[in-house]
Design a protein around this ligand. Structure first.
Ligand SMILES: [Zn+2]
Length: 330
């Protein structure tokens, strides 16, 4: 299990993976300055290439610096271990790394693994937590305990008190609760999940495989947390939204929301052709719920449909704007 040896250091508290903590988000529309503190050109270029994938879905951009900028949000060192400070912070003039990507340069690391590491660590930088901390993580506590244990071994030299070390590692590897995070349904394919051998999973006999690209759930989540701004004007009590099908297949979508005009709760079934955008809906509540499936059955939201589950979306980040909800198939 190669990734058992890949390290993650979170200096911090809460966030979600398709779990994020609202207070760990950078403001939507931010340009994040990324400063390379060290490292060869080849690794820097690789980081630049993959990190910007998040910008296709999140309203966030990155600017990369090889010399110290006046302020920096993400500071990368290729020394030590792999790990990232979670989300937004205030230390913008520091010289200390916020992200370490030591495994990129190891000869044994494959290109797919490098892609995964960069996407995963930038997910943390945007405030995303590990998927296995999801409040609805279905595979028991054993894996979380193992993570806390390996954290204690890894960070041993950073703490003078053994009690503090263990408390820290237990905290950053504990299951998150519903009031700590905004969450989407548990998403096995999230880039924020880990590959995990079945021996660490209760009620499951197959391993969780390593994702090497952003999942449809990751794209949906990050576009909702870092929304595009002010596409359509609306009053502050009405929330406007629409869906965009980014797939090459038609989608069947079931929508549940509180209708603004008729002041009642609405259920709506719609079919969106490939690349089609739905009509605008107006909700008088911040939460809407939907589920969707591609007509070839290969993709669904939530990731595993089963028993009428819904994705809950909060539209309250920008009360005066329109939210386009993107559905990606890969
Ligand atoms: Zn991680």
């Amino acid at each position: 299990m190669r990734y058992l040896t890949i390290f993650s250091l979170f200096i911090i508290q809460f966030a979600q993976a398709a779990v994020i903590a609202p207070d760990k988000r950078w403001p939507a529309g931010s340009q994040l300055n990324v400063w390379f503190l060290d490292g060869d050109k080849v690794w820097r270029s690789l980081v630049e290439r993959y990190a910007v994938e998040w910008s296709q879905y999140a309203n966030i951009s990155f600017r990369f610096y090889h010399q110290k900028p006046s302020i920096s949000h993400i500071r990368i060192s290729f020394k030590g271990y792999d790990g990232t400070q979670l989300g937004r912070h205030d230390a913008l003039t520091s010289d200390e790394p916020t992200m370490r990507l030591a495994s990129l340069a190891l000869p044994s690391t494959t290109m797919k693994q490098r892609q995964r590491i960069i996407l995963h660590e930038f997910g943390h930088a945007l405030g995303l937590e590990h998927e296995f901390r999801h409040p609805d993580w279905p595979y028991g506590e054993q894996w979380l305990r193992l993570q806390a244990e390996s954290c204690s071994q890894r960070l041993n030299s950073l703490f003078t008190s053994d009690t503090e070390l263990r408390q820290h590692c237990a905290q950053i590897n504990a299951r998150l609760t519903n009031n700590q995070v905004w969450q989407y349904p548990y998403d096995e394919e999230s880039i924020m999940n880990y590959p995990i051998d079945a021996q660490w999973l209760s009620n499951r006999s197959t391993p969780i495989k390593a994702s090497t690209s952003l999942s449809p759930g990751d794209k949906l989540a990050i576009s909702n947390w870092y929304p595009k701004q002010n596409l359509v004007e609306a009053s502050d009590t009405i929330l406007r939204f629409s869906f965009k099908n980014h797939c090459a297949h038609s989608l069947y979508l079931r929508l549940s929301y509180r209708d603004e005009q008729q002041q009642n709760h609405k259920q709506q079934l719609l079919i969106l052709k490939a690349l089609e955008r739905s009509t605008d809906y107006k909700s008088s509540q911040k939460e809407i719920r939907f589920n969707a499936q591609s007509n070839n059955g290969a993709f669904s939201w939530p990731a595993r449909l089963g028993n009428q589950q819904y994705v809950s979306l909060r539209l309250d980040q920008q009360a005066d704007s329109h939210t386009e909800i993107p559905l990606y198939c890969n």
